[in-house]
Design a protein around this ligand. Structure first.
Ligand code: G4P
Length: 191
């Protein structure tokens, strides 16, 4: 998505450890107009998949997911990384290891909000090592829901995430795919 690539080029900052900082529109301050365009694009890509639910993970997956949910007219559920005081034990859960942050978290989704036969579009902000995506796929498996695809805002294609997700038979659609960070310069796939 050209518009997203331009925003990444203009505002993104490559930090050490191959981390892209996009706090100005995605990970800290959020640009609602851009999020709407991203959500609409996810909806367009998955319009024939009979999506009944969007599943994401807190925090930064929520904003683009909301707009995709609006466009597809389906509810948006986010997996929690911390136990909420309102949550009972009626949950699907699994653990997700973040290589980037070197922490393991338990992620949970209430059984009330993910049903057998739901057609689920999973959305997240970054695809790096794929662990968040695999965790969300596992949650869907526990619910006996159908995973129709994974929609990603920014994929770091030089990391193993896409391959790991595709090996589960899941369709992956990323709105921007970064091939490499060469000397701090952002190179997109296909350039
Ligand atoms: P994964 O997301 O594919 O599982 O890979 P990884 O374990 O490496 O990522 C762990 C966390 O780091 C995730 O955020 C992911 O979005 C984030 N991350 C990975 N690479 C980058 C990057 O280049 N730039 C930025 N900004 N984030 C990156 P999280 O823990 O789920 O955090 P949040 O959504 O609550 O912000």
């Amino acid at each position: 998505m050209k518009l997203l690539e331009d925003r990444i080029l203009n505002e993104g900052e490559v930090l050490k450890g191959n981390v892209l900082k996009v706090d100005g529109f995605l990970n800290h301050q959020i640009d609602p107009e851009l999020m709407k365009l991203l959500g609409d694009e996810f909806a367009r890509l998955f319009k024939d998949s009979n999506i009944t639910k969007i599943l994401t993970i807190e925090v930064s997956g929520i904003a683009p997911s909301l707009f995709a949910g609006m466009a597809l007219n389906v509810p948006v559920v986010f997996a929690r990384k911390h136990k909420s005081i309102t949550m009972d034990n009626n949950q699907f859960s699994t653990t997700v290891h973040s290589y980037t942050k070197n922490i393991t978290s338990k992620i949970t989704v209430s059984k009330n909000y993910l049903q057998e036969n739901d057609n689920v579009l999973i959305i997240d902000d970054f695809l790096a090592n794929g662990q968040a995506g695999l965790g969300l796929i596992e949650i869907c498996k526990q619910a006996k829901a159908n995973v129709k695809g994974l929609g990603i805002v920014i994929e770091k294609s030089f990391q193993p995430g896409r391959q790991l997700i595709e090996e589960t038979g899941t369709r992956v659609e990323s709105l921007a795919r970064i091939e490499s960070f060469m000397d701090g310069k952002i190179i997109f796939k296909g350039e």
